[in-house]
Design a protein around this ligand. Structure first.
Ligand code: ACO
Length: 320
């Protein structure tokens, strides 16, 4: 059996902050941000939380799939910015939805998280262990940003996306994923300090730090290679793919990938102009938009591909 995506949903915070809004509070400009990244605006949480956005996106995905919360066997939430260390985000979503029959856990693979969750769902479904799985990518990255560092804070936003996958004869054709922990500090965010009666270890930086140029080089090298690999495994040529739904970090990265794959940029839908980089939430939000805009036709081959902190990367080939 294969994991087939049968419903999608998403949720963005109400507050929309444009590049010009940022230009009023820090030394940056619409021209700098737009020309280097393609980002024009992002949505930032005020009253919303990672949990509230994840629950809303999940409700919409269940409704879109025509599935009741009680039918879910498993919930996997990909996030690096859950509201709490425990309970996990996935358990909070389970409670919010009333998905009383589901097991729930979180997975962290940064911007690759949603693809890792889909590949995990495929493995469970293939094994026969579960039939109906909710996968979520949800982030409140704004709380992990150093708002005095213009090189990083302008790039990210907040939001959540979700998809319901169910055992079917059609669906995921192939999935790959990889990691290179030796390059992890290219994009990092520290945790809490070790402080107890017997130790007081100075905290590592607790905000996102990034070597943008190294991430850029990693992305344009790794993403086309990982897409080629998953296409080979699925027995597909790039020409046969209807859409490539990639992690939304930077428009220039997407253009470079399209060029390497010799595919028109129109086959790479984008939402980064309106949302910025949403880490694990980028791909499911883009997928939901493509689904609701009527871009995806039943039986079309599509590719999902993520890349990011870890370093991690992953791709899935599937038929819609
Ligand atoms: N506004 C205005 N100027 C800025 C800003 C800003 N927001 N940020 C940095 N600058 C300045 C710098 O201070 C620097 O000035 P200087 O030359 O006087 O020292 C100049 O702009 C160039 O800075 P760079 O960091 O070299 O800018 P670069 O051209 O590399 O662009 C960017 C930065 C957009 C991050 C680029 O490296 C990139 O696209 N990297 C890809 C990584 C990425 O997209 N990461 C997202 C998260 S990772 C992920 O999701 C996988």
């Amino acid at each position: 059996m294969r994991a087939r995506i049968i419903g999608t949903g998403s949720s963005l915070p109400n507050l929309r902050v444009t590049n010009d809004d940022l230009g009023k509070i820090m030394d940056t400009s619409d021209e700098w941000i737009k020309s280097r990244t393609g980002i024009r605006a992002r949505h930032l949480a005020t009253d919303e939380t990672t949990t509230s956005m994840a629950v809303e996106a999940s409700r919409r995905a269940l409704e879109n799939a025509g599935v009741q919360p009680q039918e879910l066997d498993l919930i996997i939430a990909a996030t690096l910015s859950a509201d709490r260390i425990v309970p996990p985000l996935s358990c909070e979503v389970q409670s919010g939805l009333g998905a009383v029959n589901a097991a729930a856990y979180d997975l962290c693979a940064a911007c690759s998280g949603f693809v890792f969750a889909l590949n995990t769902a495929q493995a469970y479904i293939q094994s026969g262990m579960y039939q109906t799985i909710l996968i979520i990518g949800a982030e409140t990255l704004s709380k992990l940003l150093d708002w005095s560092d213009r090189a990083t804070c302008v790039l990210f936003g907040d939001g959540a996306g979700a998809a319901v996958v169910r055992a079917d004869t059609e669906g995921v054709l192939a999935g790959i994923q990889g990691s290179d922990g030796s390059k992890g500090m290219v994009l990092s965010c520290g945790g809490r300090p070790l402080r107890h009666p017997f130790a007081d270890r100075t905290a590592e930086h607790s905000y996102v730090q990034m070597n943008g140029q190294e991430v850029y080089k990693f992305a344009v090298r790794t993403v086309p290679a990982c897409i080629s690999q998953v296409l080979d495994q699925a027995g597909l040529k790039p020409e046969a793919v209807a859409y490539f739904l990639l992690h939304q970090a930077n428009e220039r990265i997407l253009q470079a990938v399209a060029k390497r794959l010799k595919q028109p940029i129109e086959k790479f839908p984008m939402c980064l102009s309106e949302c910025g980089n949403l880490s694990a939430a980028s791909i499911p939000i883009l997928l939901d938009k493509a689904n609701r805009d009527g871009l995806l036709r039943k039986g079309d081959p599509i590719i999902l591909a993520g890349f990011g902190a870890g370093l991690t990367w992953g791709a899935a080939a599937l038929t819609w």
